[in-house]
Design a binder for this molecule. Structure first.
Ligand SMILES: C[S@@+](CC[C@H](N)C(=O)[O-])C[C@H]1O[C@@H](n2cnc3c(N)ncnc32)[C@H](O)[C@@H]1O
Length: 261
């Protein structure tokens, strides 16, 4: 079968499913799958090597926890008796904000699930879970967001799915699949909040180059969310004190709700 040309922008052009390549064994596999595998291998290598430095940089040196704490206090997204999924949780930055917040607010019976591709990142998170004595409430597992069909059945029906700076490691042309997969894990009426890195000169250097992230603009994400079948898509500003993060395009915060059936 003749190989089709892959368009420069993965968000436009030919149907990616039509693009195939021969494996050594001769079977035709979608080139998209190969890109997904390569991206996963790259991300796993990067974060296995850099887990301690990541934790130091983004929790100790530049402490992002207050940014997320303010955001979630402002939106009031946590309630008792809910199930929360932190997708691409890494060292647990977000759950480590949400879990104590739930306790502070006197909320009860919240189950936190968190997955990530990289064991070394989860090791840091698991240490925290043990120290906090949060084993009953917080569970982690190694998981690729592009293969959510391998999740246990109990890992579904979420009231809230959150993800921070993980989708940047999915090949651009597969991003809609990851978003659709996560949406599918929400219960009807459930919400998903995604934090994605925006494409600005500073972010190109700091995250794009140093941390190998894909960066996005709002029009690009509009296409991705439409392809993923997301409805009720809303771009949110950061609350008072840090509006520059979203206003300056450094971070894109997207909230989407799964419609009630
Ligand atoms: C920049 S870190 C963000 C971690 C965490 N969300 C935080 O805010 O600190 C990106 C994380 O995405 C994970 N990741 C990359 N590709 C993934 C995939 N296909 N499925 C699940 N996790 C993935 C990496 O292992 C890494 O831990």
């Amino acid at each position: 079968m003749a190989e089709l040309e892959i368009p420069e922008s993965p968000l436009e052009g030919a149907d990616p499913l039509a693009v195939t390549k021969r494996t050594q064994a001769g079977a035709a596999v979608p080139e998209e799958e190969e890109m997904e595998r390569a991206a996963a291998t790259m991300a796993r290598k990067l974060f296995n090597k850099r887990a301690p430095i990541y934790d130091f940089l983004f929790r100790k040196l530049i402490d992002f926890a207050p940014v997320f704490r303010d955001f979630f206090y402002d939106r009031d997204l946590l309630t008792s008796d809910m199930k929360v999924l932190d997708a691409g949780a890494g060292t647990g930055l977000l759950t480590r904000v949400l879990y104590p917040m739930a306790r502070e607010k006197g909320l009860s019976n919240i189950t936190f699930h968190a997955f990530d591709l990289t064991q070394a990142m989860l090791d840091v998170f698991d240490d925290w879970i043990r120290k906090e004595g949060a084993e009953e409430a917080v569970s982690t597992r190694v998981q690729d967001v592009l293969h959510l069909e391998t999740l246990p059945e109990a890992w579904g029906d979420y009231d809230l799915v959150v993800t921070v700076a993980m989708l940047e490691y999915i090949p651009r042309r597969s991003l809609h699949k990851a978003v659709a997969g996560l949406l599918g894990r929400l219960k009807p009426g459930g919400k998903m909040v995604l934090f994605l890195s925006g494409r600005t000169p500073l972010m190109r250097f700091f995250l794009g180059w140093l941390w190998r992230s894909n960066l996005y603009t709002r029009p690009e994400l509009d296409v991705v969310f439409a392809k993923a079948g997301a409805t009720n898509v809303e771009y949110l500003p950061f609350p008072v004190g840090r509006p520059y993060l979203t206003r300056g395009g450094y971070m894109l915060v997207v909230e989407t709700t799964r419609p009630l059936e």
